[in-house]
Design a protein around this ligand. Sequence first.
Ligand code: KIV
Length: 274
Amino acid sequence: MSVAQRDDDIRKVTTHRLYEMKQRGEKISMLTAYDYSMATLIDQSGMDVILVGDSASNVMAGNTTTLPITLDQMIYHGRSVAKAVKRALVVVDLPFGTYQGNPLEALASAIRVMKETHADCIKLEGGAEVRESVERILCAGIPVMGHLGLTPQSINKFGTYSVRAREEAEARKLIEDAHLLENIGCFALVLEKIPAELASRVAKELSIPVIGIGAGGGVDGQVLVMHDMLGINRGFSPRFLRRYANLAEDITCAVQSYIEDVKTGDFPSEKEQY
Ligand code: KIV
């Protein structure tokens, strides 16, 4: 490995660096994290972007949707992650109800996230409907990542988590929204669960990085929820998910062995006591 490559490996990832990665065709890796210990491991593994997703509402708090998580709870997770991360760009989701209603409230929410977590930027869901909020946040110098396609904070409007923008009208609106978000100054865009061909078209048309989840391989990077790709969530198996570990089984086996060792008196041994 050359000195330049090594320096690049430890240099902090910035929004500008993601833009350069897109320019030279280097794919962007992004994964969620919600706590200090996992964020340390993920950052040390070389992840480009760590998302403190409002999926914390599901995987950390056990809610069935992302709607209940509060700004205070997102700040708690964001602070824990940002404290651990040395290299990756840290993005924190603005939770439902903290930016849609009023641009000044959106700005206040984003400022709280930046001041109290020390993250690098925020992400929020929606296109034209949240334009004023995005503009107001950007005016304060806070980088914004957009999120279109399946937007889980609107699940009660959609009624299902199935693939979005299959119909022409919805696909057209998504393309318009993607251009709008780029034009007003978003530095990147997440596209969730849309046809691969549509996602690839958007990635080609935009100059900002487009990161997909369930949006095929024609985009500039991929994001997954950490619990899903590590196999901690046994019940969640959408087609787009690749599992890289089976931690549910590993953790259950380890915990059962510990219980067994405690019950039989095998633990602690003489070597494990003072
Ligand atoms: O909250 C989250 O984890 C997300 C990803 C699914 C992109 O927004």
